[in-house]
Design a protein around this ligand. Structure first.
Ligand code: GLN
Length: 544
């Protein structure tokens, strides 16, 4: 079997250009040619993982099946490639230093002075190559977080420089930059890109390919100029013009021959046509979907679309597969009260109650849920959203008005949501939640069972609190059924109210398992219910 090939993706000029999407697109195109591909991200910050970061700092925290809290780009990798990433797929500077310092304390360095070069760079290289061991993959794509020129990304760039020497033809570097359009001059400017390539060269790396992010289509002259100044083969300069969905990006790159250029330069056979049928069918469906479905997402990070990235992507995939155009509105849970709830949620075809931590905005979630329940609007509670469904039901239907989660009110008389037993003695905040995929057994005949079409599923978790089983029977008798149970710990993972159209909450995060090619069954079923609700409402209106 041939050696694993390594592709590196760096970024320049400014951040937020979409390196993750470019890395995922490269992966998609190589995978479509039959190669086995994985993608990893190296983040230059000192946190050991992003689990302790506030969403304002870092957007959503993505969770891998083996329980690592990671960067949201891993979500893109999974959604594009329909693969599952693991712990090794996201490494931070913090983790690299933690490993090196542990080795130093153990005495592994035998009295040597421990330095950035070679010890930190060796540890980075070891981690980069971990996924390539055992030749499981033909290609390992590594996205380097941050922007070239940042002090904190230097050790990563230096490691890539060293690997280029070690790997020779088995290494390929892609640099993503930005070409701004200056309205006053009426032209695009290549200078920032020229500087960024120079910066990368001065750090010892000659990129093999450039991807130019731009709002306007670039002329052949501009592309030639950039190739000339950057010492790059003109066929290896790609442009990434703004498109209506990130899922168009692989197709746009394919049209410019990105995969062929990479394969040729790496001495790999360029055979056959890439299998992009399923992907293109999805894009076609997206294009054809004209009928709208209105979903409201109730959460506290409304101004931050990245905070709920996997949920919004899962909703949009499910809408497209239901031949609907998703109109998603974020509703600030802190701003919902009894007075305005009808105005805020009245026209929703479906409501999602978001996950989260802490008590900010929690009362608004209860108000939204009561309204949704009383007006039979399809509702989907995720993690904290599911816990809110339970609390609201206990308060309103069982009449225990002060019921709460001990996360919000540790003294509450009715602890319907309580800290998990194994969490009670934990003091460290990092990586100490119930994380990763766990089994869940579904009750036959339930909405959950109908949606999945099977009795045993595996879903990913990220929480400390759980439904208190002391309330399970009473909830059941009052109409809220526990329909998904963890077979080992007996924890309730799914609740639903069968007498309503679609009212279901999951302790786990189904959104992490939804991809372009395999939309998630619960999101599909929820969206179908929302689309039907819309039809019923439209019919009612026309009959009035
Ligand atoms: N804060 C809740 C818990 O820890 C829910 C977490 C979440 O929504 N991810 O149990």
């Amino acid at each position: 079997m041939a050696d694993t090939k390594y592709i590196f993706v760096t970024g320049g000029v400014v951040s937020s250009l979409g390196k993750g999407i470019i890395a995922a697109s490269v992966g998609k195109l190589l995978q479509a040619r039959g190669y086995k591909v994985t993608i990893q991200k190296f983040d230059p910050y000192i946190n050991v993982d992003p689990g302790t970061l506030n969403p304002y700092e870092h957007g959503e925290c993505f969770v891998t099946v083996d329980g690592r809290e990671t960067d949201l780009d891993l979500g893109h990798y999974e959604r594009f490639l329909n693969i599952q990433t693991k712990k090794e797929n996201n490494v931070t500077t913090g983790r690299i230093y933690q490993n090196v310092i542990s080795k130093e304390r153990r005495g592994d360095f035998l009295g040597k002075t421990v330095q950035v070069v070679p010890h930190i760079t060796d540890e980075i290289k070891r981690n980069i190559k971990l996924l390539g061991l055992k030749n499981k993959f033909d290609f390992v794509i590594t996205e380097i977080g941050g922007t070239v020129g940042d002090i904190e990304s230097l050790p990563f760039i230096e490691s890539v420089r060293q690997l280029r020497w070690e790997l020779g033809k088995n290494c390929f570097c892609i640099h993503l930059t930005y070409i701004p359009y200056i309205a006053a001059a009426g032209e695009v400017k290549t200078k920032p890109t020229q500087h960024s390539v120079k910066e990368l060269q001065s750090e010892g790396i000659q990129p093999d390919m450039l991807v130019l992010r731009t709002e306007r289509k670039l002329s052949a002259d501009v592309l030639r100029k950039v190739a000339l100044f950057g010492n790059i083969d003109p066929s290896a300069v790609m442009q990434s013009v703004d498109v209506s969905t990130i899922y168009e990006v692989p197709v746009m790159m394919q049209k410019q021959g990105m995969d062929e250029v990479i394969l040729r330069k790496m001495n790999m056979p360029v055979v056959g046509k890439p299998a992009m049928d399923g992907w293109n069918a999805f894009l076609q469906k997206r294009n054809d979907a004209k009928k709208e479905v209105h979903i409201k997402l109730v959460g506290k990070y409304v101004e931050l679309p990245d905070a709920y990235k996997s949920i919004t992507e899962a909703l949009s995939q499910a809408a497209i597969y239901n031949d609907r155009k998703l109109v998603l509105e974020m509703c600030h849970s802190e701003k919902i009260d009894d007075e305005n709830v009808a105005e805020v949620l009245g026209d929703a075809d479906g409501i999602v109650i978001a996950p989260g931590f802490g008590s900010r905005g929690i009362e608004g979630k209860f108000v939204a849920l009561k309204y949704a329940r009383e007006h039979d609007i399809p509702s989907f509670g995720i993690c904290l959203g599911m816990q809110c469904m339970v609390i609201e039901y206990v308060r309103d239907v069982l009449g225990l008005k002060t019921a709460n989660s001990t996360e919000m009110d540790p003294q509450t008389e009715y602890k319907v949501i309580d800290l998990m037993e194994e969490q009670k003695h934990i003091t460290n905040m990092g990586a100490s939640m119930r994380l990763g995929a766990y089994d869940c057994v579904l009750k036959k005949g339930s909405l959950a069972f109908q949606s999945y079409g099977k009795t045993r599923v595996q879903e990913r978790h990220r929480h400390r609190f759980e439904l208190n089983n002391d309330y399970k029977e009473r909830l059941d008798a009052a109409g809220m059924k526990s329909t998904g149970i963890n077979p080992d710990s007996n924890l309730v993972e799914i609740v639903e109210v069968p007498e309503l159209r679609w009212y279901l909450g999951t302790q786990f995060h189904p959104e992490y398992n939804s991809t372009v090619i395999s939309p998630h069954p619960l999101f599909m079923s929820f969206m179908q219910a929302a689309a039907e609700t819309k039809e019923i409402k439209t019919e009612k209106k026309t009959n009035e």
